[in-house]
Design a binder for this molecule. Structure first.
Ligand SMILES: [Zn+2]
Length: 444
């Protein structure tokens, strides 16, 4: 079946245009055609028309860094320094998480993200518990809701971490390869290797992950220099900063998706820029945990591609890339005392096409042949008024309330319709998450 969406306004080639339509098909993940309605009418006479005169259609947003299980820990260890937060929230609760709990945690996180207009999620997942069942639970949650998932399958072996995170490099490689075989053929799920960080993974573990990514032809994701302690420890151990140490290990190249990059010096920025490395920037999380301020203008200028991430539900604690667009812009402006240092268009691009490009996805823009991942926004919502075609994008970035997001389509299929999930109801998710979290909170 063919469907032709006819919105009041459409984000096309970097501007809002009217009288344009977008055609999707039941049997394709991609946009079949995008053209003036007068052209589409004779071209697709049998298409079912969806008229949205009061909506704007925009590309779905790309969440380049999240930890879905951390949604279960929302509200725990708030207002604490990073290491206290890590120990009281992540490390204390992890032993109580089984595959079923992780499934409902992922469903909670992915539901909130979908309702906020996120169509692709990178879940940087590390509670493997010496197997692949927990990873498959996350993947199942994404499939059950219809969101596109990149599972950044973490490699973690620091002995101070919970047992459920730890494994040998050989086991990490073997389990990742098994997982990849299990999802082969699914157009909406991919697996990327993700050594956790310089403080969470040994040099051998980092190299195992990077080499596997290289053999698979995928990006590799690593948390880098989020907090000063990692830089201090790495300098003491190797005489190098985390970026320089990773470069020495062969981990810094154009396939690197470095997460945070908060504490980087001029030499680090030069290394990252000259190798065309990439950054998953999580400004709300960096503020929540008092990590510091990533020098986005300098990294951008050096040639580093920047996407946006929400990070975890207990270190943000919201789950919206529109929110991260706003936070990225505001934080960089106040940090540099320069209102012109970053624009609404810059952060809009980071949250859409730059994020998609980092992940090798044909998404983040609306063009014929690209993935049919898009969002319908109610342009009569009070938070967007008044607007013009010239101001609407900036209003979405700086002013929009999430209630203005009415519809989300992934791969041509509606997954949010009239502000409600299509494949699940949020009351079921609420009941399961509340009852499970009460049970394990009582035990720990
Ligand atoms: Zn993270």
């Amino acid at each position: 079946m063919l469907t032709c969406y006819c919105p009041g306004w459409l984000w096309y080639k970097d501007q809002f245009v009217s009288q344009m339509g977008l055609v999707v098909s039941d049997d394709s993940d991609r946009i079949l055609d995008i053209a003036p309605l007068s052209v589409l009418d004779p071209r697709f006479p049998g298409a079912t028309k969806v008229f949205w005169p009061d909506k704007a259609v925009v590309p779905g947003t790309i969440n380049t860094h999240a930890h879905s299980f951390q949604h279960l820990l929302r509200g725990i260890a708030v207002d604490q320094p990073f290491l206290v937060w890590r120990d009281q929230a992540l490390y204390r609760i992890t032993p109580y998480l089984d595959a079923q709990t992780i499934y409902w945690g992922a469903k909670l996180a992915f539901s909130e993200m979908l309702l906020h207009g996120i169509t692709t999620i990178v879940d940087f997942f590390y509670v493997h518990n010496q197997g692949i069942d927990n990873d498959l639970a996350v993947i199942q949650a994404a499939r059950d809701l219809g969101v596109r998932l990149v599972l950044a399958r973490t490699f973690y072996d620091w002995e101070g971490a919970p047992k459920a995170y730890r494994e040998s490099p050989d086991d990490a490689v073997a389990r990742t390869e098994t997982l990849i075989q299990r999802v082969a053929g699914d157009p909406r799920v991919v697996v990327h290797p993700a050594p956790h960080s310089v403080h969470g993974a040994s040099d051998a573990m980092i190299q195992a992950g990077v080499q596997l990514a290289r053999s698979l032809g995928t990006p590799h994701h690593i948390h880098i220099a989020e907090e000063p302690f990692e830089t201090e420890e790495t300098l003491a151990r190797t005489g190098l900063t985390p970026v320089q140490h990773l470069a020495a290990l062969g981990a810094v190249d154009s396939r690197l998706i470095g997460v945070h990059l908060t504490w980087v010096n001029t030499d680090d920025i030069h290394i990252l820029g000259s190798t065309h490395a990439q950054l998953a920037y999580c400004p709300s999380s960096n503020m929540f945990l008092a990590d510091g301020v990533t020098p986005i203008p300098a990294l951008h200028k050096a040639g580093v591609r920047v996407g946006l991430g929400t990070d975890g539900g207990c270190s943000n604690n919201r789950a919206s890339i529109y929110e991260e667009m706003r936070m990225a812009a505001l934080l960089q402006k106040v940090h540099t005392l320069d209102a012109t240092v970053i624009s609404a268009h810059d952060v809009w691009t980071m949250g859409t096409r730059e994020g998609a490009a980092m992940l090798d996805l044909d998404a983040g823009q609306l063009e014929s042949g690209l993935l049919a991942d898009f969002v319908g926004i109610d342009i009569t919502h009070v938070s967007l008024l008044p607007w013009s075609p010239e101001t609407l994008m900036a209003n979405i970035v700086y002013a929009m309330s999430p209630e203005a997001i009415t519809d989300v389509i992934v791969g041509g299929n509606p997954v949010v319709r009239n502000r409600r999930l299509v494949k699940e109801d949020t009351q079921t998710i609420a009941a399961r998450v509340q009852s499970q979290s009460r049970r394990w909170l009582e035990r720990c």
